[in-house]
Ligand binder design. Structure first.
Ligand SMILES: [Mn+2]
Length: 489
């Protein structure tokens, strides 16, 4: 075979394909728009002839020929694709020596050889076709499955008539609230005439951001009662994996829909008529975004804003448990959201009580060796305590800020810590775990100590004054803080 018969021009090509069986053939198909930038080398004369007939540049050479690279144009990407593991591995080294900067793709026929190639570290991409095929199949079929799910949900709801109760979990967070809103939006699209949606919650809509979310998005949330649940013909749970888990339903309630990203902690999956639980995802709002996208439902501005906020807050601003799907869904929502509204939700105006508590916390602060203690007295809104601690930890000379107060039911403490030697959650647990509910993380923790016998005492502030000293001593003893002077500030 005369090598000069090839019509490759001297100089440059992009792809060099070494060994061209079935796999090489498919790679050429993928690269077809760049066919003039491909050169194939194979030891089979018939195959080379066939390729040339199809206008592919090809030449006959043995890969173990010492003159393999003689008179070859330079290349950027080399595919080494023969069915011989040893030959491929040897060729990787030769290609690397010849062209140190090129990218090398090498085929392996089994996982053992694959890990050896990985150890060599010379190839840029190790191609194990069976594995790629398996990954693609799983990915594709899951995508089809997800599309079927959203269609199944839509079809089911479209056949209903009556009242549809959508229940968010206890003390609902933005993920639960926005998911409930999205489900009602899907239900309205599927069944605008015969189905009436009602959104329920129980517990408190705590934290100001959540209240702002509900107000700004004008979400009509009703408190769940045994009476109004009976007025519902259909029930859905969002962001909660089963009746009775993080919601006030009794465990044997007949539920029609469950959509969540939490695995049922009891290990048994509760089956509703429609169940879609995806523990891999960062937020239930992410599942609803996908539904609306797949169903091609136009997402209202308020719903999109809520869902984006739900994904953001459940993933702690895309930093916790976030998956590529969550990011993909967030990117889909972004152009549909009302950014001004989102901004307003994220920086809610501070309530009067929180301001009062903050003022009191600053006035009452006492600092000893970097520890700040502040007694804010009687409070109604317990959310204001952590907000005060968040602000006080920023004071100069403060490493740990403890803010405490009293409600009708309990003494509560909130702490923020910057001292890396101290795991404040463990310290709180040790100090107060036996008399109340206490614990947290290295940098933030809380304690709730029930008043039990003292609940009926009228002067709550005096009561706090009487019992706080021995309580705080439990804490100062553990951290080794001596009684003494307060620091000058
Ligand atoms: Mn959630």
């Amino acid at each position: 075979m005369n090598e000069s018969a090839t019509h490759v021009q001297k100089g440059e090509i992009k792809y060099l394909i070494l060994g061209c069986g079935n796999l090489g053939y498919h790679i050429i198909q993928e690269l077809f728009p760049e066919i003039s930038k491909i050169l194939v080398i194979d030891n089979n004369e018939d195959r080379v002839k066939e390729l040339r007939d199809q206008k592919v540049n090809a030449m006959v050479r043995e890969l173990d020929d010492p003159g393999l690279f003689t008179n070859l144009p330079s290349f950027s990407i080399a595919f080494i694709l023969t069915g011989n593991n040893d030959l491929n591995r040897a060729t990787v080294s030769k290609v690397r020596a010849q062209s140190p900067k090129s990218l090398i793709v090498v085929r392996t026929k089994d996982p053992i050889n694959s890990s050896e190639l990985e150890k060599d570290g010379t190839a840029d991409l190790i191609l194990y076709p069976q594995k790629v095929a398996a990954q693609t199949a799983v990915h594709q079929i899951n995508k089809i499955y997800a599309t079927r799910q959203s269609q199944k949900l839509f079809d089911m709801i479209s056949k209903w008539h009556g009242t549809f109760g959508i229940i968010a979990h206890n003390n609902p967070d933005p993920d639960a609230i926005s998911s409930a809103l999205a489900l009602s939006s899907i239900a309205h699209e599927a069944n605008p005439e015969k189905l009436k949606c009602r959104l329920f919650y129980s517990g408190n809509i705590g934290h100001q951001e959540n209240r702002t979310l509900v107000n700004l998005l004008e979400v009509k949330l009703e408190k769940l009662t045994p009476e109004n649940i009976h007025e519902c013909d259909y029930i859905a749970l969002v962001d909660s994996p089963a009746p009775g888990l993080n919601n006030p339903l009794s465990p044997n309630t007949h539920v029609h829909i469950i959509i969540d990203h939490h695995e049922n902690p009891t290990g048994t999956e509760f089956r509703a008529e429609f169940t879609d639980i995806r523990p891999g995802l960062g937020a239930t709002a992410s599942i609803f975004t996908q539904y609306m996208k797949e169903l091609d439902i136009s997402v209202e501005k308020k719903v999109a804003t809520g869902l984006l906020y739900g994904i953001r807050s459940d993933t702690k601003d895309f930093k916790r448990n976030v998956t590529p799907d969550d990011l993909y869904n967030a990117a889909f929502l972004l152009p549909l959201t009302d950014l001004e509204l989102l901004d307003e939700i994220m920086s809610p105006s501070v309530s009067q009580e929180t301001l009062d508590v903050l003022g009191e916390a600053i006035r009452q602060k006492k600092i000893r060796s970097g520890y700040l203690f502040s007694n804010v007295g009687y409070i109604r809104d317990r959310d204001s305590l952590p907000q005060a601690a968040d602000i006080l930890i920023n004071l100069e000379g403060v490493n740990t800020a403890i803010v405490y107060g009293i409600t009708d039911q309990s003494i509560i403490m909130s702490v923020r810590n910057r001292d890396v030697r101290l795991h404040i959650g463990n310290v709180f647990q040790e100090a107060f775990g036996d008399i109340g509910d206490a614990g947290g993380h290295p940098n933030m923790a809380a304690a709730t100590i029930p008043l039990s016998y003292f609940k009926l005492v009228r002067g709550k502030e005096e009561l706090l004054g009487l019992i706080i000293e021995p309580l705080l001593r439990r804490f100062t003893d553990i951290i080794g803080l001596e009684e003494g002077e307060t620091d000058e500030i």
